[in-house]
Design a protein around this ligand. Structure first.
Ligand code: URA
Length: 475
């Protein structure tokens, strides 16, 4: 003979189920229904109390209890019968009933998970609307259509977050309300009023302003906020318009992502050429065309008469020049003075500068050791050298060493040795190439040093003749 049980909540099911288990009633012997109007009503040919039920005897694990409790909120016609079958099997030692590998276990886990997700969505997608102040309590109302019975969970959630402000959440299955101190539950009523409110206008303005078309991903959006929730979200009114306005942008983003995935051909392009055009710095102090400024004391400009017929271009400021802000004042400058003297040239009649304006160095103990600039430093700084050449307009430019030569010829391919003793006309002026004074200082072989010094003297003499308009034979 079958028993019939009508329950309306997990607590009622739990009490009834305990009694049935205690009475040894198998799942097929009970008709569960939730249509009963009287909570906790048990009815049947054999009432459980008549069967000497012993409520409270059954002890279940915490895991099982949690799963049963959560799954009880899953809307399914057979939920109570199903939960009882799980409980029955478990109470008879069939522990696999909690496993995903078991058909009932898998369904139980799925139900619990779906309820958990729905509760989370209700927290996220429920929107309260403020009612006019003179409308009395509740001050805020919300309408929501949950997929499972998660109203109680949501009500408890909001009761902890809304302080003493009164509210009511209406759903097709029933209402929950908060009077500022306590929660109340009631049957569905006529609570679906949708007054416009200031808070909503603010929320819409905020939503519109934070909507980022470049990050629009409608699939992800629908996954996190399924379309069925949209009708009760005030911002959902904005979404179609915002999405359509973002259409072109979204397409571009999608294309970019697609293009990024392809292997593609490698395009040979200098990093510097790929840079967007920026405003040029107006002074060396502002120069960020390469990174050398970061470690240098200052940019060192050239110096000399504004109409000097001869310009000497070195490599880059050394340690002393970096500190003083003036070119060729250290050891290399001293050697250069000797060369000037031998060549019969007054230093103060020439313009002295460098291809690179910031000191490149690396630490060595307490010393800053000169480091040769790379071609990219030379290229970046050529901007300044070209300005100096254009401003002074020398007839002859003397390249002191390879760095100066590369900058003046705008190429890294040119070599110093190939240009020694061979003045050349370039961009409307003479270029004379010789050694850098630091090379002369460094070279250990005395003969080589003397030869290099002699070449420098010769170069300055050549420069003077060329500046005077005399013809010069290559040496
Ligand atoms: N070496 C250079 O090339 N320039 C200077 O100013 C000093 C040393």
């Amino acid at each position: 003979m079958n028993a019939r049980a009508q329950v309306a909540s997990f607590e009622e099911w739990r009490d009834a189920a305990r009694s049935f288990i205690a009475a040894g009633m198998a799942p097929h012997e009970i008709d569960w229904s939730e249509e009963g109007q009287e909570p906790g009503l048990f009815a049947g040919d054999e009432g459980v109390q008549d069967q000497h039920a012993q409520p409270g005897v059954l002890q279940v694990s915490r895991e099982l209890f949690g799963l049963l409790q959560q799954a009880a909120s899953f809307r399914a016609a057979d939920r109570w019968a199903f939960l009882y079958r799980v409980l029955w099997r478990w109470s008879h030692g069939d522990r696999i009933v909690l496993s995903h590998a078991d058909e009932d276990g898998m369904r139980l886990q799925m139900m619990a998970k779906a309820v958990h997700r729905e509760a989370h969505r209700m927290h996220a997608f429920l929107r309260f609307r403020e009612r006019p102040v003179d409308a009395g309590d509740p001050r805020f109302v919300a309408w929501y259509e949950p997929e499972h019975d998660v109203l109680q969970d949501a009500a408890e959630h909001f009761s902890k977050r809304m302080g003493r402000a009164t509210w009511l959440i209406a759903t097709p299955q029933g209402n929950a309300s908060w009077d500022g101190a306590q929660l109340h539950y009631g049957p569905p009523g006529n609570a679906r009023a949708e007054p416009d409110d200031i808070g909503e206008a603010l929320w819409l303005a905020y939503y519109r302003s934070t909507f980022n078309p470049a990050r629009l991903n409608t699939d992800a959006m629908e996954m996190h906020m399924p379309v069925r929730y949209w009708k009760n979200l005030p911002e959902s009114r904005l979404i179609p318009d915002l999405v359509s306005k973002a259409g072109a942008g979204a397409q571009r983003v999608a294309q970019a992502r697609e293009v990024g995935r392809r292997d593609g051909a490698v395009i040979a392009i200098e990093a510097a050429d790929a840079q967007p055009k920026r405003d040029e710095p107006t002074s060396l102090d502002q120069c960020r065309r390469c990174e050398l400024w970061e470690r240098a004391t200052q940019g060192v400009p050239g110096s000399g008469p504004e109409d000097a017929p001869i310009m000497l271009v070195g490599e880059q400021p050394g340690d002393q020049e970096d500190l003083a802000g003036q070119a060729f004042i250290g050891p290399a400058g001293k050697l250069l003075d000797d060369v000037f003297a031998q060549a019969g040239l007054q230093r103060d009649t020439v313009y002295l500068t460098n291809a690179v304006k910031h000191f490149r160095w690396e630490p060595r103990g307490k010393r800053r050791l000169h480091k040769t600039p790379d071609q990219r430093h030379i290229n970046a700084c050529n901007y300044w050298l070209e300005q100096e050449i254009a401003g002074i307009g020398p007839r002859v430019v003397v390249a002191l060493g390879a760095t100066a030569l590369k900058s003046l010829m705008h190429t890294s391919k040119v070599t110093l040795t190939s240009m020694l003793g061979k003045p050349l006309q370039h961009e409307g002026r003479w270029i004379v190439t010789t050694y850098h004074p630091s090379y002369v200082l460094r070279v250990p072989d005395e003969q080589l040093r003397a030869a290099a010094f002699a070449d420098m003297v010769r170069a300055l003499q050549t420069a003077q003749r060329l500046a005077a308009g005399e013809a010069v034979e290559p040496t």
